[in-house]
Design a protein around this ligand. Structure first.
Ligand code: NAP
Length: 286
């Protein structure tokens, strides 16, 4: 039976791994902070104390880590992925990273006989919990087909988008739209308040209007309850906008609006809001 290793048990990874376990997939888990693996271990996952140990016995390895730098660190560290990969293993990186980084890691993996898919996800904490993520995948079709049964457990749709880098490309496009929507909506909300409308009336009217992207309605209770416990940490959206800027630079594209949004998120992070949900942008735009 195919053994899966799952590395990175944060907000998303912990829930994705739990769904694999519920589906009775043989699972080995590793996370820098062991506490976050406790529930999975209690429910039957095998614990590995290093990434190397996690992947030595696995056929397919999922990583769900914060940034490209951290994926690289986990790959190259002493007890890291590179030290443990067997030839023929399939590495599925679901972290949100930039396309050129995915291409680079695919080449690096190929140089040691490892197959690679970039398979970032769209959908936040609740879709991760419900197994309703959307996988955006780049690599070979054969590798996609091999990983698809696991995408189907953790998600509701998986899109095969072409060669390595295409999954990460599509993910950045989607998050760019989300970031712009959040920034524009927050500024609009604050202007509405300055005009004298109560917040509840603004949320009720604007979130139900066709000009507002439906995804923002999911954040309504966060604004009403002033509770910004993280579903999608604000610092990760700032990172994604940075990756958009880097990608635009590589492709010689000017992105004035994306960079304005990036700085709005940077200001919020600088004010100490990075670990809160991205809807906490509201606290930054006074
Ligand atoms: P998270 O809760 O911050 O988890 C980050 C993971 O990376 C944790 O496992 C963390 O380990 C690990 N990590 C961080 N620094 C590390 C280091 N120096 N060495 C080893 N491991 C390290 O993030 P998340 O929300 O699950 O997101 C994970 C990825 O998915 C990110 O790329 C994010 O952009 C993307 N994403 C997030 C969402 C969302 O709504 N949350 C949706 C789609 C995509 P520790 O537990 O030890 O800190």
């Amino acid at each position: 039976m195919t053994k899966i290793a799952f590395i990175g048990l944060g907000i998303m990874g912990s829930r994705m791994a739990l769904n694999l376990l519920k589906a009775e997939v043989p699972l080995i888990v590793h996370n820098r902070t062991k506490d976050k693996a406790n529930e999975l271990i209690e429910k039957g996952a095998e614990w590995a104390s290093t990434p190397k140990e996690a992947i030595e016995k696995a056929d397919i390895v999922f990583t769900m880590l914060s940034t490209p730098q951290i994926v690289e660190d986990v790959y190259y560290s002493d007890q890291g992925l590179k030290a443990g990969f067997k030839k023929g293993t399939l590495w599925v990186d679901s972290s949100t990273v930039n396309p050129s980084f995915s291409e680079k890691m695919a080449e690096e993996a190929a140089s040691i006989g490892v197959r690679f898919l970039d398979a970032p996800v769209s959908g936040s904490l609740v879709p991760a919990e419900k197994g309703e993520l959307i996988f955006l995948v780049g690599g070979t079709k054969a590798d996609f087909d091999e990983a698809k049964p696991y995408f189907d457990i953790m998600g509701k749709v998986s899109h095969f988008l072409g060669e390595n880098g295409k999954g990460s490309s599509m993910k950045l496009l989607i998050n760019l739209l989300l970031a712009q929507s959040m920034a524009t909506f927050t500024e609009t909300l604050r202007l509405g308040e300055a005009m004298g409308f109560p917040q509840t009336q603004l949320l009720e009217t604007l979130l139900n209007h066709p000009v507002t992207p439906p995804i923002l309605a999911g954040k309504k209770s966060k604004w009403i309850n002033d509770d910004y416990s993280p579903e999608f940490p604000l610092k990760h959206m700032h990172k994604d906008l940075h990756l958009v800027a880097e990608t635009a630079f590589e492709l010689n594209r000017a992105m004035p609006l994306a960079n304005a949004a990036k700085e709005v998120f940077a200001q919020a992070k600088q004010k100490g809001l990075g670990d809160l949900d991205l809807s906490a942008l509201y606290k930054s735009i006074e």
